[in-house]
Design a protein around this ligand. Structure first.
Ligand code: PAF
Length: 298
């Protein structure tokens, strides 16, 4: 079964699985009519413990937690990345159900984009200043256009009260919080801390594509952002960390940055404000991102 199959409704051990926007809307409206708020956990599937943490956080807020599973083509700047994106729908439903989700909403492409789109690209262009132009915005042109386009549409289809996003995609979180604020969407955007494996690697759907050697190399990303976050001179430490990553045969870093958490302006040690240390790198051809809070400025 794929998320692009024709509309169906299925109940899987107490988990409702819907593909039609109309069906999810009536489930959500029934919850609202019963006085229950509705939480949405938007995902692209390939669920892991990080997504389950989002669902569990959702359950603390409401008995109605919907997980959307939709691999959104318009946010991929690289067609190979889209084609290789892991898809495991049955396993995802089990993981969602185990974490306490009420339902899975797995819309088709036509449901999300009834007017279609050109090639793989978003028909919407967003400019939220530094939030969309820096770091991921610069390294993945069009990425946030696609993210905003799909999240806006998912909010429109599901009509949640609250939507949960992981801090692992820290810039995405900032962009979506700004979207909700700018467009007054009436959805509370809530962040949930990154879940890490025992050795510190941030959980990501892409990790399943890492070889053993690449996984070992990927551990350097979390180790280095944590070291920079504690460094007395974080900007100099970030430059050194970038150079050290670039020296590794399996790692091609895209950026290693320290920016203000709310504005994404460069961190200014003369005027210290809450800040984030962020890294993006290809590790053996797999693009990974990670971030932590800069210590001592919160
Ligand atoms: O973080 C993700 O998995 C995706 O970017 C999201 C928010 C589900 C939009 O497709």
């Amino acid at each position: 079964m794929s998320s692009n199959s024709s509309a169906f409704t299925k109940v899987l051990k107490n988990l409702l699985v819907l593909t039609s926007g109309r069906a999810v809307q009536s489930a959500v409206r029934a919850a609202h009519a019963g006085g229950r708020s509705v939480v949405l956990v938007p995902t692209m599937g390939a669920l892991h413990a990080g997504h389950q943490a989002l669902i569990r956080e959702g359950r603390k807020r409401s008995s109605e937690v919907w997980v959307s599973i939709f691999v959104n083509p318009t946010q991929f700047d690289d067609p190979a990345d889209l084609n290789g994106y892991p898809r495991q729908f049955e396993a995802d439903c089990k993981l969602a159900q185990e974490a306490g989700a009420t339902g899975v909403f797995a819309p088709s492409l036509a449901e999300v984009y009834p007017d279609g789109f050109v090639g793989q690209f978003s028909t919407l262009e967003v400019n939220y200043g530094r939030l969309t132009s820096e770091l991921e915005g610069q390294d993945r042109p069009g990425h946030f256009d696609g993210v905003v386009q799909v999240v806006r549409r998912l909010f429109e289809l599901v009509e949640p009260d609250v939507a949960l996003f992981g801090e692992k995609d820290f810039q995405q979180l900032a962009v979506i919080a700004d979207l909700a604020r700018r467009e007054n969407l009436g959805v509370e955007v809530v962040s949930v801390p990154t879940v890490r494996g025992e050795e510190g690697l941030a959980l990501s759907s892409r990790n399943v594509r890492l070889s053993q050697a690449a996984r070992k190399a990927a551990l350097l990303l979390s180790a280095k952002i944590k070291a920079v976050a504690r460094a007395p001179q974080p900007l100099a430490a970030a430059d050194i960390a970038f150079a050290e990553l670039a020296d590794h045969p399996l790692i091609a870093p895209a950026y290693f940055a320290v920016v203000e958490s709310d504005t994404f302006a460069p961190y200014d040690p003369e005027n210290p404000r809450p800040a984030r240390v962020l890294v993006a790198a290809e590790v053996d051809g797999i693009r990974l991102i990670d971030n932590v809070a800069l210590e001592g400025v919160d």
